[in-house]
Structures are given as C-alpha cells and as structure tokens.
Ligand binder design. Structure first.
Ligand SMILES: C[S@@+](CC[C@H](N)C(=O)[O-])C[C@H]1O[C@@H](n2cnc3c(N)ncnc32)[C@H](O)[C@@H]1O
Length: 380
C-alpha cells in the first residue's frame, strides 16, 4: 500500500487483523459462483488458508445470517465482517481523525477498526463503538481487551447514536445507510465535525459520503468512492418476488439497451448511482453469466407497490434485449429513463454529487446544492 498524508496505511500495517478475527470465518462455497452461499472455514482445520485470507486485501466474513447458520451448513447472507483494509484506509483518510478526538463508530464488528481509531486518538482521545449484535459485540470487547485497547463498546442500534458521550468530533459508520442519514448522527456530531458513512439507495448499494457539520445543524458534503458494505440492520432492503404464474402475465417488450449500457446501468460509479436517486424503492438484483457466458439477468422489484421487471441480457445476441414488466410501476422504463438522464447530463461521476442534511430535510444534488436531484422525506 502507498504512503498517504494521514498515514492510515502505515498504522494498518502496525495493527494486524489476526488478533481480532474469530477462529471460524466464512468463505464462498464455490468461488466461481458468487451466488453459491458461504461455508465455514476453521483456523484449526486449514491454518494456512485462514492466514492467507487474513493477509489479503479483502473483507473477511465473520458471521452469516446473523449467527443462525451452524458450522457445516450453507450460509446465505453475510451479517458481520472485518472490512477490506484498503477501504478502511480510504474511509479513515476521509475522516481526518486527530490526537485527542472523540470518535463514534457505528458497527464494531471484530473491533479492528476501533483499535485503529484508538491508536490514532491516543490517550487523550476517546473511541465509542456501537454494535447491534450482542455476540459480535462481546467477541470484539474480548479481542480489544486482549490487545490492550480500551474503546467503549456499546451493544445497541447505532442508528440512534450514543448521546451519553456526545458531542463527537468524528462519526464513522462501517455499515451502510439506505437513503436517510440518521438524524441522531447529525445531532451528536459537534459543529466543525465530520461524518463518514457508506450511503446507498435500494438500487445502488454503497458510495462513500463525507459530511461536514456546520454550526447551524446542517451538514454538507460530497460522495466519493464506490464501496459495498452490509447495511445497518434496520436499513436492509426488502424484496418482492412474484411467483411463476404472475410472471406469465408480465408485459413483454424489447429495449435498445445493450452491451456497455447494461454494465453502466449496474455499476455504482457509473449510472447505477443516478438510477437509484431517480427511481425510488427499486431494488436491483443482477446475476452475471446465469444462462451462459455473457448471458445475464437483471431484476428490479418494488415491494411497496408489488412491481417487478426482468431484463434478459444475452449480450452475445445481435437481437434487442427482452424485458418483462409487472405493473403498477413499469420499473424497467423508469430505470431506462434515469439512465438516459445520466447520459444526457454528461455521465456525471460520483464526485459531482453531494448531499445536504438538516434535522428536517435531506437532499442529493448535482454540482451545486441548488441543483437538487432527489429530496428525501424524513419520517422520524
Ligand atoms: C462491516 S462490519 C464492521 C467492520 C468493523 N468495523 C471491523 O473492523 O471489523 C458491519 C457491522 O455493523 C453491524 N451493524 C449492522 N447494523 C447495525 C446497527 N444498526 N447498529 C450497530 N451495528 C450494526 C453488523 O452487525 C456488523 O458487525
């Protein structure tokens, strides 16, 4: 890893992940097929592979299905992990933490990033870390104590923050927000402070958001790199899956989208971020090479209206691609219109988008805060 202004990469090299990772981790059941689920890998059974996985610049999955899946069974949904080191470094770079700061972390996980934060704030600083899962929180407390770090680890829903130790100079979330940045985070970060969180929509998983908190309880900032994180538990997406009979009644059309358009529509650092902003409540699911090489399936669904669409993307075929849609919403048509919007606006990169958050409003804008692309209704 290369040297950076804030030196997180050097610190990461000094604070290895190993003491924080449990003896049993979860790995792809079939590395060639990402949808094949996860199986347990124990350090005792395969110490070399365990060490290699920890040494790689990749996330290490430490819990699946919220701990409900037993060792020996297949797990389907990662629910805790130790994040990818280069991503942690990017987020901590953006957080600009200094000696003596008080930092709130949401998503303790293994405790590794809390340890990094403790090293950076030093003895005059304070780190509070919140973990929603009591088993994960207890394991992190034990690992941190063994490694002689002493952040306060709270077992609670991090979306509420932790007012008892507020205000914070810095707030960092290592689980991603779906659309609404919790109001508590804004209220508990001091004016002049910074918040860094992965942020996404139903359509687009996560993009780094850095918010600067001003004196008037307003935070403004820009989006950065594309990052895929697990969601805050209460921000998880819910899916709508029509049955086979319903699908038989779907309207069938074709689309001019093909080739590169398809990949632009599914990549967060290209059009997917804009599509997520312009097409609310629309969950994207993609299965690559499902039917054969370059034969992909893209599905869109909205559980709030029970709408659904599927694109059969056989990219080797010269024919127009076939779309099936179940109303009331025509989700594919909406996504295609949003793709055209992105294209017509000069294919804006993530860095051209920003967000303004107040205790009553939240808007995402393009280039200037006055050019609003999406205003979110705050319900709490
Ligand atoms: C990617 S992991 C965190 C990685 C961690 N920082 C580390 O260094 O190992 C995300 C964690 O967020 C936790 N989480 C999810 N929703 C949460 C919530 N609402 N409040 C607090 N923690 C939450 C998950 O249980 C999981 O352990």
């Amino acid at each position: 890893m290369t040297h950076t202004r804030t030196g997180w990469r050097e610190l990461i090299a000094e604070v290895p992940r190993d003491p924080f990772i449990p003896e049993t981790i979860w790995v792809d059941r079939d590395a060639g097929h990402p949808q094949s689920g996860f199986v347990a890998l124990s350090r005792q059974d395969d110490p070399q592979r365990w060490r290699e996985l920890l040494a790689a610049n990749e996330p290490v999955i430490t819990q699946v299905d919220e701990g409900r899946t037993a060792v020996g069974d297949t797990g389907w949904s990662p629910s805790s992990s130790c994040s990818k080191p280069s991503i942690v470094a990017d987020m901590l770079d953006a957080l600009d933490v200094h000696l003596g700061h008080t930092v709130l972390e949401i998503g303790t996980g293994t405790g590794w990033s809390a340890a990094l934060l403790c090293r950076r704030v030093g003895e005059r600083g304070r780190v509070v870390s919140i973990e929603v899962d009591p088993v994960i929180a207890e394991a992190a407390r034990a690992a941190l104590a063994r490694a002689a770090y002493s952040p306060v680890v709270i077992t609670a829903d991090g979306a509420q923050g932790y007012p008892d130790a507020a205000p914070y100079d810095r707030l960092v979330a290592t689980a991603s927000v779906r659309e609404i940045v919790p109001r508590a985070w804004l209220e508990q970060t001091r004016p002049g402070g910074l918040m860094v969180t992965p942020w996404g929509t139903d359509y687009c998983n996560g993009v780094m958001l850095t918010l600067h908190v001003a004196a008037n309880r307003t935070a403004t900032g820009r989006f950065g790199v594309d990052l895929s994180f697990m969601r805050l538990r209460s921000h998880r997406r819910r899916f709508y899956e029509p049955n086979k009979t319903e699908i038989q009644h779907a309207q069938v059309t074709t689309t001019d989208v093909h080739g590169w358009d398809f990949f632009r529509m599914i990549n967060s650092d290209q059009a997917a971020f804009s599509i997520g902003l312009k097409v609310p409540h629309c969950v994207l699911t993609v299965e690559l090479n499902t039917v054969g090489a370059d034969h992909n399936v893209l599905e869109l669904d909205d559980i709030t209206t029970r709408s659904w669409a599927r694109l059969d993307a056989n990219l080797t075929s010269p024919d127009k691609l076939v779309v099936r849609q179940l109303s009331p919403r025509r989700l594919w048509d909406e996504a295609e219109a949003a793709y055209d919007w992105w294209y017509d606006h000069g294919k804006p990169t993530l860095a051209r988008f920003g967000m303004t958050v107040t205790t009553d409003t939240q808007t995402v804008w393009l280039d200037e805060p006055s050019t609003i692309v999406r205003a979110f209704a705050l319900t709490t």
